[in-house]
Design a protein around this ligand. Structure first.
Ligand code: A3P
Length: 327
């Protein structure tokens, strides 16, 4: 049974108290060992998270103050977050930097657009620098209240679940290999993914939460698909710019600024930058280069059997039926 404890039950007076009541709260949550990882997954408000992220989520739920002018990039891991961060950052900062001076040349996209679940305390300074963009993997139903109340804009990216699973699997395998550990067992990881036990999963519930919200609030939530963005990136860069109220001027169109942003943020370009090829480690375990694997649509064919693919398709069909969404 899921715990009824909520972030508001956690004392927020000071860091020690926060830690103590967080530990107390987490001990009441359902947990599972999985993907062969040392840390357990905990189920919080219906979704599975590692404790480090869970702490960030609870802290953000209590303390994050959104502003109406903020843009929040939302996604479940491995659906194109890194790419979307670089695109939105480039759109926002296009008049501040030349192509040769953009911070994207020397910083990981995750450094120029921080995650709310991890770094929200630093965010006001980013906002002050004129980049009011933050990202999160938090499901729609668990977003901090201030995000909904402020009316700030949300951009959600989703991806075909077969490619998302394969990307997630390889990401975990790469982390484990870098620690001289065996990659997770593919069949076991697949089984758990199908059951909904994956980072911020169930996958389909995450996507549906934002999908339904985007239908209710189309002016506030832009719902994107990785595959469609790959197909016509320039069109989506223009859409994004309009949505976040930074449309391109006719002069910018003439100068092909949207096309230049697409090129700058392309997989080929970003993945070949020294900073993104680096083995420098973030969050204790992730090397920069692990955020850039293939960037292709349909790579699942190289990893899943046809039975596995059919099973995921069946689940996706069932879960999304009647929603108007197809993946
Ligand atoms: P693959 O593992 O299929 O290659 P996230 O950023 O949400 O973690 O998603 C990671 C996925 O996005 C990985 O997919 C990664 O290669 C891909 N990706 C990273 N940068 C990209 C870019 N600039 N354009 C397209 N895909 C990109």
């Amino acid at each position: 049974m899921e715990s009824r404890l909520d972030s508001k039950d956690i004392v927020n007076e000071n860091e020690d108290e926060f830690e103590k009541s967080f530990e107390q709260m987490i001990s009441t949550l359902p947990k599972r060992k999985c993907w062969g990882n040392r840390e357990d997954f905990y189920q919080y408000q219906g979704f599975w998270l590692y404790p480090t992220f869970l702490k960030g989520v609870v802290s953000a739920q209590q303390r994050f103050q959104a502003q109406p002018t903020d843009t929040i990039i939302c996604s479940i891991p491995k659906t194109g977050t890194t790419w979307l961060k670089s695109l939105i950052f480039s759109i926002y900062t296009r008049t501040s930097f030349y192509d040769s001076t953009t911070p994207l040349l020397s910083k990981l996209p995750h450094e120029v657009v921080p995650f709310m679940d991890l770094y929200h305390a630093d965010f006001p300074s980013y906002r002050d620098m004129g980049v009011p963009v933050l990202a999160t993997h938090v499901p729609y139903s668990s977003l901090p209240r201030s995000i909904i109340d402020s009316g700030c804009k949300l951009v959600y990216i989703c991806r075909n679940p077969k490619d998302s699973f394969v990307s997630l699997y390889h990401f975990n395998a790469a982390i484990r290999r870098s620690q001289n550990l065996q990659p997770p067992d593919l069949d076991e990881a697949f089984e758990l993914f199908c059951e909904g036990v994956s980072m911020y999963g169930p996958y389909w519930d995450h996507v549906l939460g934002y999908w339904k919200a985007s239908l209710e609030h189309p002016n506030k939530i832009l719902f994107l698909k990785y595959e469609e963005m790959i197909e016509d990136s320039v069109l989506y860069v223009k859409k994004l710019a309009e949505f976040i109220s930074c449309p391109f001027s006719s002069e910018e169109h003439q100068k092909e600024v949207p096309e230049k942003i697409v090129k700058m943020c392309s997989f080929e370009n970003l993945s070949n930058l020294e900073v993104n090829k680096s083995e420098k480690v973030r969050m204790g375990v992730v090397q920069h280069k692990m955020y850039f694997r293939k960037g292709k649509v349909g790579d699942w064919k190289n990893c899943l059997t046809s039975e596995m693919a059919e099973r995921l398709d069946r689940i996706t069909h069932q879960k999304l039926s009647g929603s108007g969404l197809s993946l």
